[in-house]
Design a protein around this ligand. Structure first.
Ligand code: ADP
Ligand code: MG
Length: 235
């Protein structure tokens, strides 16, 4: 459904991505594993239209979205949950979620999407009137994912959603991502938590210094000795 072909990106002279190609299908959960500085965030920002691609293409459901502005990429069905969540701490859970329904593609489905989000995250249902700033890290991550789902995406991009969460919260989060995938969305998940993310991933890619250096089925990557040495050591 989304196809990234030979994408490169730079910050000034520093090349952060060098010919990255990958794809995510409908109903598929794909994880990108890589150390700090490998280019994971940059890749999601290029897909989301927040960093320009120097070369290469991003094609979503047959439409070239490479040079589109970020809001048009959301309208094309791509939702980014950024690192650090990008939610509004002084607003309530309900206000944050409803902001997600702003894109034209999402307005008609607002009530249905809100039902879907509150079904996935019952904890948010009890706390619709709570100010987001006063919630735990895990709950705030739920609000961020909920807001992205309110845009009616076909594909969800997540930048290290497990960062800073307790092991239990992290497990719960990944189980919910698996349910979102089972509902038919494509998910591109960037993670340093290899152990948990490979448990739910259909496929994965390894990224190092801006290049894809490996790929495979989730289970195959988990069993690969090199992956275990480089990515599963601490997990
Ligand atoms: N705004 C920026 N300006 C300059 N260099 C950046 C910027 N953002 C990231 N970089 C550099 O680009 C490389 C990739 O960063 P990033 O995509 O954030 O990696 P990751 O998310 O895998 O940790 C790193 O070397 C980082 O220092
Ligand atoms: Mg990052």
């Amino acid at each position: 459904m989304i196809e990234i072909s030979s994408v490169s990106a730079s910050y000034g002279k520093h090349q952060a991505l060098d010919g990255v190609s990958l794809n995510v299908g409908r109903g598929e959960l794909v994880v990108i594993l890589g150390a700090n500085g490998a280019g994971k965030t940059t890749l999601l920002k290029v897909i989301g239209g927040l960093v320009p691609a120097l070369s290469g293409r991003v094609v979503m459901a047959g439409n070239d979205i490479t040079a589109m502005p970020a809001h048009a990429i959301v309208e094309a069905g791509v939702a980014l949950v950024p690192e650090g969540r990008g939610i509004f701490g002084e607003m309530t859970v309900r206000e944050n979620l409803l902001l997600g329904a702003f894109p034209a593609r999402a307005r008609a489905g607002e009530a249905r999407n809100l039902d879907l989000v509150l079904g996935l995250f019952p904890r948010l249902k009890e706390r619709l009137a709570q100010t987001v700033r006063t919630m735990s890290g895990g709950e705030q991550q739920m609000v961020a994912i909920g807001r992205a789902l309110m845009t009616s995406p076909d594909i969800l991009l997540l930048d290290e959603p497990s960062l800073g969460l307790s092991p239990i919260m992290c497990k719960e989060l990944f189980q919910i991502l698996a349910r979102i995938r089972d509902a038919g969305l494509g998910i591109l998940l960037v993670e340093q938590n290899a152990k948990q993310s490979l448990k739910i991933a259909d496929r994965g890619y390894l990224i190092e210094s801006g290049r894809i250096v490996g790929e495979g089925a989730g289970a195959a990557l988990k069993a690969d000795p090199a992956v275990q040495r480089d990515y599963l050591g601490a997990g």
